[in-house]
Design a protein around this ligand. Structure first.
Ligand code: HPA
Length: 273
């Protein structure tokens, strides 16, 4: 590993996680920080203590790395994530994730809040991602830090693991939670999209739109980590319903209502890893 910011983050975490090395990571997005909070927590590390990791600025994101133990599995739960719309370089948004992978993480399950680009997916629906469109054209793979980790010419023909997707689909079915598969478009934000942008995204095959996740998926693919993402549809994208205005408050309220079913799904998934 090259001498870079990542090395410092990794050294700190490796020391703190000695004997508690997580085998999986779960990232909880906007309004979802309360998931998996009733399970044994082995250690909680505020992001503010971890070197070279940005400070979260978004309400609804706790900013804590929670190492939990459930069904004999040790899992790193990131309660809150980092975004480029907070002024972070894509590298900074994935550094904690990269350090966790260097500590032994093999599977990643990401969650987020997203807007639906059409009437096909409604607020309250869960969308299991099968692919994404990187509208931002930003990447965490163009840096020295990324090159220090191996080739950056990463294959992304299967960004979301078929194996994990199939497990998640059958778990959702068992818990009678409606979940369909779809494509996510990454916009930088923090402003929501215009109605014309949402129409364009839908025309080009995006079912949902959000401001996160894709940089993480690219970093995880480089490191060969099996990755899945469940989007909670919190609202219709701008213009899908004429005259409707969007707000971060609404996004957080709807995501919060979906926490209970997502909690059940994630627990079953951890048990099956
Ligand atoms: N657009 C972008 N990001 C989002 C949305 C949206 O409509 N809803 C939740 N996150």
């Amino acid at each position: 590993m090259a001498k870079n910011k990542l090395k410092k983050t990794y050294n700190y975490l490796a020391k703190r996680l000695k004997g508690l090395e997580p085998e999986a990571v779960i990232i909880l997005g906007s309004g979802l920080s309360g998931i998996l909070s009733d399970v044994d927590s082995l250690k909680k590390i505020p992001y503010s203590k971890i070197p070279n990791v940005p400070k979260p600025t978004v309400s609804g994101h706790q900013g804590v790395l929670d190492i939990i133990r459930y069904q004999k599995k040790t899992v790193a739960v990131m309660r809150g994530r980092f975004h480029v719309y907070e002024g972070n370089h894509p590298d900074d948004t994935v550094r904690l994730l990269r350090a966790l992978v260097l500590c032994g993480v093999k599977n990643a399950v990401l969650t987020n809040a997203a807007g639906s680009t059409s009437l096909k997916h409604k607020p309250g629906d869960m969308l299991l991602l099968k692919d994404h469109i990187n509208v931002t054209a930003l990447t965490p793979l163009s840096s020295d830090e990324a090159r220090s980790l191996g080739t950056t010419f990463v294959d992304v023909s299967e960004p979301y693991s078929l194996k994990l997707r199939s497990k998640i689909k059958s778990i959702a079915k068992k818990h009678k939670v409606k979940m369909t598969e779809g494509v996510y478009a990454w916009m930088t934000g923090p402003q929501y999209e215009t109605a014309a942008e949402v129409r364009m995204l839908n025309k080009h095959g995006a079912d949902a739109v959000g401001m996160s996740t894709v940089a993480e998926v690219l970093a995880l693919r480089q490191l060969d980590v099996d990755t899945a993402c469940i989007s909670t549809i919190t609202n219709y994208g701008t213009g899908v319903i004429k005259g409707r205005k969007l707000s971060h408050e609404e996004v957080k309220i709807v995501a919060k209502k979906m926490q209970a079913s997502l909690d059940k799904i994630l627990k079953s998934l951890i048990a099956s890893l």
